[in-house]
Design a protein around this ligand. Structure first.
Ligand SMILES: Nc1ncnc2c1ncn2[C@@H]1O[C@H](COP(=O)(O)OP(=O)(O)OP(=O)(O)O)[C@@H](O)[C@H]1O
Length: 502
């Protein structure tokens, strides 16, 4: 039975429902602040007076908009998506120059369930309306979110690009060519080279030049993490897996690098037990956090690096062959500094500028005799060692041009690993040295007497240097020789321990 719409008599539930269905459109059009109806092709079929202000935002302020696609009239409108997907957005926050509004975007379906168009309702816009506190909070949260996103994006921006890799020798030009070619692909890259040749810098450059540059660059130094913690570090820990600090769960580096690049430094130090797990993750691009039985998909590009001879390790059975082949898709060999000495002047300039910028010291130039001296060195610690030497020389004098004499003592100490630091006498003291007290000759022993902290620092720096030289830069082996943990060795190196001690 058709209900009598003009009657004020009470209706049965079925009658109310039918009436609601018939009157709903008009009721909404009167009750909400704005309403617009579109057809299947996103064309505007109807809108109420309240919606006019949204149309006025577009280029068709005063001309007819009926029959035009919503995208022409309200750029960035999400209605097209609602109609195309048939998925409603029941409540959303819309902000524009007139304020913040709650909106509902709903697809309209025919009796067969096919989408025939859509309707958008602007639910509230009055400054003193009851929804305003809620809208205000949402707007504040949205601003905070945008601000956080901006800061995060700035932090994630790659630290170094290919331009940061200084050098124009043929060897460096070839390395840069390879990096440019490989960066735009998603290929796994293996960086090979002695310690201090710039592997980490280049890993950043690969990331910066890749389509993932807006994602994260996450670095794991395998040698610096105790074996027992590596698995959790890589794959994360599920909530409740452990009691104590980790009970809330923790994302692993793979998860953190999702959508970006994961740099596995010192991959040659990967314990055997974990190598097979890493291989599986690389093959499947899936991780299983510790204590969880759930696998999570990750999309990570792997760049790994080592100063060790991985091929020899594979032959000795110390590195899994299948993992080696998986990592070694695109090997890039970084030349040691002694094989590209023509880059020395550029490197010296760039490093001196960087040292000055970071230390607030005046920038130093290096004289021709000093440059010649530097070029005669073997540089087992490569660019890192060069940087340390330049930094030390800069700290020891106010002179703006560093001459050979400024470097002699520093280089003598480095040249004879295992030998005692040369005795202090007038000739050993770097000219203009006003920060380190001059060594004093002891009448009793003939040995140089110097402040204890300086002597300890020098002895430590030298021991580390010797250990690294003896192990060809293999830090895990050097740490074993020195009787300290890898993490402790890394701490000392990061603090400049090799050259100046801490
Ligand atoms: N070509 C280069 N241009 C400018 N700086 C460089 C270059 N190569 C290395 N460096 C600098 O030398 C230092 C060591 O570089 P990096 O850490 O990238 O070397 P690495 O090969 O990863 O060393 P390790 O194997 O010991 O971890 C850093 O301060 C880096 O900025």
């Amino acid at each position: 039975m058709t209900p009598d719409l003009d009657s004020t008599d009470a209706l049965d539930p079925g009658g109310v429902l039918q009436l609601a269905a018939q009157r709903m459109f008009a009721t909404f059009a009167e009750a909400v602040m704005g309403m617009i109806v579109l057809d299947r092709e996103h064309r505007i079929v109807w809108f109420n007076e309240g919606y006019r202000r949204f149309i006025a935002l577009g280029p068709f302020a005063d001309s007819g908009v009926l029959g035009r696609r919503i995208e022409e009239v309200v750029p960035n409108s999400l209605m097209g998506k609602v109609i195309d997907t048939g998925t409603p957005v029941v409540v959303d926050l819309l902000t524009n120059q007139y304020g913040a509004f709650l909106v509902s975007r709903l697809p309209l379906r025919n009796e067969q369930g096919n989408v025939i168009g859509g309707v958008s309702l602007v639910l509230a816009d009055q400054p003193d309306g009851a929804m305003q506190p809620l809208i205000g909070k949402l707007v504040d949260l949205q601003c905070e979110l945008e601000d956080t996103r901006r800061r995060l994006a700035a932090e994630r921006r790659p630290k170094y690009s290919l331009a940061s890799f200084v050098g124009s020798s043929a060897a460096v030009a070839e390395v840069k060519r390879q990096v440019r070619r490989v960066a735009v692909t998603d290929t796994t890259v293996l960086l090979l080279g002695e310690t201090g040749t710039g592997k980490e810098l280049l890993a950043h450059a690969v990331h910066a030049a890749s389509r993932r540059s807006a994602g994260r660059f996450v670095s794991v130094n395998i040698a610096a993490i105790p074996d027992t913690l590596l698995e959790a570090e890589f794959f994360g820990v599920a909530p409740g897996a452990y009691t104590g600090a980790d009970r809330k769960g923790r994302d692993g580096k793979f998860k953190l690098a999702d959508g970006g690049t994961l740099f596995l430094d010192e991959i040659g130090d990967m314990p055997m037990a974990l190598q097979s797990k890493l291989l599986r993750v690389l093959q499947e691009q899936e991780i299983e956090p510790l204590g969880s039985n759930r696998v999570e998909r990750v999309d990570v590009r792997i760049v790994s690096a080592t100063s060790r001879d991985l091929e020899a390790m594979v032959e000795d059975g110390r590195f899994r062959a299948d993992l080696y082949y998986r990592l070694n898709v695109m090997p890039i060999r970084l030349p040691p500094l002694r094989e590209r000495l023509e880059d020395l002047p550029d490197l010296v300039d760039a490093l001196s500028e960087d040292i000055a910028r970071r230390s607030a010291l005046a920038p130093r130039a290096v004289g021709p005799d000093a440059m010649e001296l530097l070029a005669s060195r073997p540089w087992p610690g490569n660019v890192r060692e060069l940087r340390n030497v330049l930094e030390q020389a800069s700290l020891m004098t106010d002179d703006l041009v560093l001459e050979a004499a400024h470097f002699v003592r520093l280089l003598q100490a480095a040249a004879k690993p295992g030998q005692p630091v040369p005795r202090g006498h007038a000739g050993d003291v770097v000219p203009g040295n006003d920060s380190a007290p001059p060594a004093v000759s002891s009448a009793c022993t003939g040995a140089a007497v110097k402040p204890l902290h300086q002597a300890i620092a020098e002895a430590q720096a030298q021991s580390i240097h010797v250990a690294l030289a003896a192990t060809k830069g293999n830090k895990a082996a050097a740490a074993r020789l020195l009787g300290i943990s890898r993490a402790a060795l890394y701490e000392k190196l990061a603090a400049g321990g090799e050259a100046e001690g801490t």
